[in-house]
Design a protein around this ligand. Structure first.
Ligand code: ZN
Ligand code: ZN
Length: 278
């Protein structure tokens, strides 16, 4: 039985999720969650299938606030978004947001997805990185570092999403010093923002990753630096609301973590609280 009982990273039919917001809330409640944060992809001017339709942003906010009222006293519900550096709406009216990098900008002004199908990634590396996977990874971590430091999110989303296509394409060696050091350098610079580092189980739950983001060496370093972590399911389908949580908890315990941070069960006492893993 998971001790986390919360997710601050959930997608619904407002963006690219398969379940409605109410189905997500119901699944979380039935699983005994103490809190739930909705984090639809923020509106953007391209790739509309993956984000909130800009004309429906107010509908999204009103719907989550209504669900928040419905569950008041039973499960704390929060209004968030997962934002990218290319998102175009104002985060002011949200309870929190997650900062993620999902796209590279191409020289012709287009976009190429970090977690796009492998043929799209292959083309990006071949056409714009002279075939070098490690150069692509360097660009990814540069964007991630810049965006987190500039935007000051509550949560750093799937820090090493750049691994998404690596098992299939073998773009770079995840164990090489050059890769590890570029990831560590970017993460170290984010530590000063006091953002929570997300342990994202979405890939494990959906079966395309064998371990959560980020890799264990990054979680170890984060602990050494005194950083706090949050376990999130990046859920797109209600039955997977806590998919992969047991594995993430075991991983954190093995690395010496004894607690995680989650959205607070009681909003009156603050947005965030610690939950023991032991
Ligand atoms: Zn994401
Ligand atoms: Zn997400």
């Amino acid at each position: 039985m998971s001790r986390v009982l919360s997710s601050a990273h959930v997608h619904t039919t407002f963006c690219d999720g398969k379940s409605t917001a109410r189905e997500m809330a119901q699944a979380a409640y039935e699983r005994g969650f103490v809190s739930l944060g909705f984090s639809s992809h923020a509106p953007q001017t391209f790739d509309p299938a993956h984000c909130i339709d800009p004309s429906r942003e107010d509908v999204y906010k009103a719907e989550i606030r209504a669900i928040q009222q419905e569950y008041a006293g039973r499960m704390a519900v929060y209004l968030g978004m997962e934002r990218d550096m290319l998102s175009c709406s104002d985060p002011q009216s949200l309870d929190y947001f997650i900062a993620s990098v999902h796209y590279f900008i191409t020289p012709d002004g287009g976009h190429s997805g970090v977690d796009a199908p492998s043929n799209v990634m292959r083309r990006y590396v071949d056409e714009y990185c002279e075939g070098s996977g490690i150069e692509m990874a360097r660009r990814y971590f540069t964007l991630m570092r810049e965006y987190v430091i500039q935007s000051r999110p509550a949560i750093i989303g799937h820090f090493d999403l750049v691994r998404y296509n690596n098992a299939a394409l073998g773009l770079y060696d995840e164990n090489s010093d050059v890769y590890r050091n570029m990831a560590l350098d970017a993460l170290r610079d984010m530590r000063d923002t006091d953002a929570l580092l997300e342990v994202n189980t979405g890939g494990v739950a959906r079966g395309y990753m064998t371990e959560p983001y980020p890799a264990a060496f990054l979680l170890s370093a984060w602990k050494e630096w005194g950083g706090e972590v949050i376990i999130n399911s990046d859920c797109h389908y209600a039955p997977l609301i806590d998919g992969g949580y047991s594995q993430a908890e075991e991983l954190l315990l093995s690395l010496g973590y004894d607690h995680i941070v989650r959205l607070s069960a009681d909003p009156e006492k603050g947005m965030w609280e610690q939950a023991s893993l032991e």
